[in-house]
Ligand binder design. Structure first.
Ligand code: GDP
Ligand code: MG
Length: 478
């Protein structure tokens, strides 16, 4: 290492920028990428380092990267996310730049990416290929016109962000922003998680256009498998969209439809809505409420596991007003109403000397109400288990004062919001947060439990099967 390169990589000043690259068998390109990054740091006037995370390469990637001037960090756990998490944890710079080691991103031009961070305007900068240019052969047609736009659209819609290229591999953010994002995805989903977490942490985000080049060597991406993994990840983190809103629509339509058809068939001119539609509406109401209840439980689970959704109607409202007793009262009321309707049917039948019975519509309504009531009552027990535990121990545990780590005040502010202090990088103990008031009522807002980034729960990724690390009981945090 000579001259300018030595100044950049072994600076007398503190390290300003760490360029982090994951690498799995990229011996044909990683050397070029490291050299370009060194040149890019020098051109941007930044003291810096290049960290290449060798993700178990079986070729000469590590030697090539080292020879080009990179610090090579080994990460034996496979996966794009694992590689990046190891690289971020090893990075020493105040700012972090991330990008593939396949020469598809131009590291020799870092100034534009760093400018918003350096100016203090942004915490997180996305290099957007769709706002910039995609060179011929850089992105397959399917990814360019179907996969990327569709997944970016879904992500923007579900998580209320505005990203033009949610799966771009080139981004830059401050160390503080990285700590606030509490990343944990082990695989490709990390690209989605970065966008979601940046939004959740209320980071100031800017996009700069970049050029996407054809990669050197074989892509590690499997279009369908990885596309589905992104979609699955997003859906699991958005119980409001996956369960609650569709469930509410079904429930309301089902109840309205049944109410309209209760007095008798409805003639629409071209068709008479009769008993079959009553059955359909009953099915919709039952299915809808079942799905809503699952969504409420899924949302509680996600908070407990440290994957909070940004608070949006109607979940905070439901959580705020829930207590087991209220749930049982509502369930009992619905069940009772249905029972009364059935009793009326029985009385009419008896009055008719047990003659021919033609009370399908009220009987269907009774069934709907009774099942809704029973679902509500049993669902309330389950929700109480999730939120408070059988004897309220979750609430007591969260109410017990836990000394906060020196650098992280205990929560109370908005989830992952700007008021959050830094979180331990790796191996940190999840602190209890956001004490629950007595009675099982769940406040909306508050701070989710901090999670170890190295032993991530990764439940939204099927990580329960892989990981044993769980948040301690009582770390329920809204
Ligand atoms: N897909 C994948 N990429 C990895 C892994 N470990 C490291 N990488 C690196 O992550 C970057 C992204 O992978 P790539 O095949 O370029 O995916 P694409 O850019 O989405 O087509 C490359 O630099 C890979 O070498 C891994 O386990 N899976
Ligand atoms: Mg790539």
């Amino acid at each position: 290492m000579e001259g300018a390169q030595a100044d950049v990589l072994a600076p007398a000043r503190p390290i300003e920028v760490s360029v982090v690259m994951p690498c799995l068998n990229e011996q044909g390109s990683v050397g070029v990428c490291v050299r370009k990054a060194v040149a890019g740091l020098a051109a941007a006037g930044a003291s810096g380092e290049v960290v290449v995370v060798d993700n178990g390469s079986t070729d000469d990637s590590a030697e090539v990267a080292r020879a080009a001037g990179a610090r090579v960090v080994p990460e034996s756990r496979r996966g794009y996310g694992n590689a990046y998490l190891a690289g971020f944890a090893a990075a020493r710079g105040r700012l972090i730049v991330m990008g593939d080691s396949d020469d598809s991103y131009d590291f020799s031009d870092l100034s534009a990416l760093l400018a918003p961070l350096r100016a203090g305007r942004a915490d997180y900068v996305l290099g957007s290929r769709f706002a910039g240019s995609i060179l011929p052969g850089a992105m397959p047609w399917l990814h360019r016109y179907v996969g990327n736009p569709a997944l970016t659209g879904v992500l923007n819609r579900l998580f209320d962000v505005r990203s033009s290229d949610a799966h771009s591999g080139m981004r830059a953010f401050s160390r503080e922003a990285y700590l606030r994002m509490r990343l944990r995805c082990e695989g490709m989903e990390l690209a989605s998680e970065l966008v979601i977490a940046a939004g959740r942490a209320e980071l100031r985000i800017e996009e700069v256009p970049i050029t996407y080049h054809p990669r050197v060597g074989d892509s590690k991406l499997h279009s369908l498998r990885d596309g589905w993994r992104h979609l699955r990840f997003m859906l699991l983190l958005a119980p409001r969209h996956l369960f609650v809103l569709p469930g509410l629509v079904l429930l309301v339509l089902g109840l309205l439809g049944q109410a309209v058809l209760l007095p008798g068939a409805l003639d629409l001119g071209f068709h008479r809505l009769d008993l079959h539609f009553s059955i359909l509406f009953a099915l919709m109401a039952l299915l809808g409420w079942q799905v809503v209840l699952l969504g409420v439980c899924a949302d509680v689970h996600n908070h407990t596991a440290g994957w909070p959704e940004r608070r949006r109607w109607p979940l905070p409202q439901i959580h705020r007003s829930f207590t087991l007793e209220r749930g049982l009262a509502l369930g009992g009321l619905l069940f009772g109403l249905g029972f009364v309707v059935d009793v009326v049917v029985l009385i009419r039948w008896l009055a008719n000397d047990l003659g021919p019975l033609d009370e399908m519509r009220p009987a269907l309504l009774a069934m709907t109400l009774m099942v809704l009531g029973a679902q509500t009552a049993f669902g309330s027990f389950f929700l109480r288990l999730l939120t408070a535990g059988p004897s309220g121990e979750h609430q007591r545990a969260t109410a017990r004062p836990t000394p906060p780590p020196a650098d992280r005040p205990l929560g109370g502010g908005p989830s992952g919001g700007p008021s959050d202090g830094p979180t331990p990088l790796a191996g940190g103990t999840p602190p209890a947060s956001g004490a629950l008031p007595a009675g099982g009522t769940l406040p909306a807002g508050g701070t989710p439990p901090a999670r170890s980034t190295s032993s991530a729960d990764a439940s939204a990724l099927g990580g329960h099967a892989r990981e044993t690390a769980r948040s301690a009981p009582g770390t329920f945090g809204f």
